[in-house]
Write a protein that binds this ligand. Structure first.
Ligand SMILES: Cc1cc2nc3c(=O)[nH]c(=O)nc-3n(C[C@H](O)[C@H](O)[C@H](O)COP(=O)(O)OP(=O)(O)OC[C@H]3O[C@@H](n4cnc5c(N)ncnc54)[C@H](O)[C@@H]3O)c2cc1C
Length: 301
């Protein structure tokens, strides 16, 4: 029986693992190898790293730190999570573990542009021609030519957010634009251009990404897909946890879900999608877990 099982080894899960192990608790950390942080070519807004740090480097440092305090890692995809009388059951297919508490830090998966080949996607991402997080890297596209693939309220909000970095923003419809009069007025006021889709035939053209639209091929310094995400909260929801309409888990001020003993942190809770938020929430969750377990075992043996 572990004190805590953490599902997810991104910034949230790894931060919690470090905290919990340093509270002298036994921690088992599950990872299926798909942290969004692993996709970050170089973050420049994560405090403490002048010049930035790559996502894989940051994760490697955190894994090393967690291991140095005795965190046990399991490289497998958790397929079931069930609350029981006195413990949670966690399974990876036919293998099972039990824990007194569970922290879910499974993050989200961004929806990618339809029809974009994986190799091209990864190359464009590595060179900043494709970006997913304006909060993180809008600064890097200051005064650049930017395309946003999206429509509706979500596409409009992303385009307007980026408009505060550059005057050259184009909102590209994935298929056909679905913009109400209010959205259109807001985009017009900000001078955001719009082109109809369907968009596709992506190609790297020098330092730019070329996108074919209804108006023919267009090139951009950076393209931001604003196509939504899949929130990886299904394990917790199946275990009885409440979630918002979009799928983000509902937690109290201490990061506990509606299931006692089941906590959550990071992107799976809040759509801000920031490393600092994931780490902060993990610090709160792990300290609450410690306090909860400490009521049962207050003294060090
Ligand atoms: C291209 C890009 C650039 C970004 N740049 C920045 C930036 O500069 N600054 C910034 O603050 N943020 C940035 N972000 C956002 C940042 O990556 C996320 O906010 C952060 O990774 C969230 O951490 P997390 O721990 O909640 O989730 P994640 O990092 O996504 O980790 C989720 C973990 O859960 C695991 N997992 C999921 N399901 C299961 C399962 N069933 N069983 C076992 N393991 C499972 C995954 O393997 C992974 O380890 C960027 C994101 C992208 C995509």
């Amino acid at each position: 029986m572990d004190d805590c099982i953490i599902i997810g080894a991104g910034p949230a899960g790894l931060t919690a693992a470090i905290y919990l192990a340093r509270y002298h608790l036994s921690v088992r950390l599950f990872d299926c190898g798909s942290s969004r942080a692993a996709l970050i070519p170089r973050t420049h807004n994560h405090a403490g790293y002048p010049g930035g740090i790559t996502g894989p480097d940051l994760l490697a440092r955190m894994r090393e730190q967690a291991a140095s305090f005795g965190v046990v890692s399991e490289m497998c995809r958790v397929t079931a999570l069930e609350p029981g009388e006195d413990a949670f059951r966690v399974a990876c297919d036919d293998r099972e573990w039990r824990a007194r508490t569970v922290l879910l830090a499974t993050g989200v998966v961004n929806h990618r542009p339809k029809g974009m080949a994986e190799t091209l996607h990864d190359e464009a991402l590595a060179h900043g021609m494709l970006r997913y997080c304006p909060i993180c890297d809008g600064y890097e596209v200051t005064d650049k030519r930017v395309g946003v693939i999206g429509t509706g309220d979500h596409g409009m909000r992303e385009a307007l957010f980026l408009r505060s970095y550059t005057a050259d923003v184009t909102l590209i419809a994935p298929e056909r634009h679905e913009l109400d009069a209010e959205c259109e007025a807001a985009l017009d006021k900000a001078g955001v251009a719009r082109v109809e889709g369907p968009c596709g035939d992506y190609a790297i053209a020098g330092h730019r990404l070329s996108v074919t639209t209804a108006q023919g091929p267009m090139t951009f310094d950076s393209v931001y897909p604003a196509l939504g995400s899949t929130i990886r909260s299904d394990l917790a929801i199946a275990a009885g946890a409440d979630a918002k309409d979009g799928g983000c888990l509902i937690v109290d001020d201490h990061m506990q879900t509606s299931v006692p003993g089941l906590f959550a942190a990071g992107d799976v809770v809040l759509g801000l999608d920031q490393i600092s938020n994931a780490m902060g929430q993990a610090g709160v969750a792990s300290t609450t877990i410690r306090n909860h377990l400490n009521e049962q075992t207050p003294l060090r043996r």
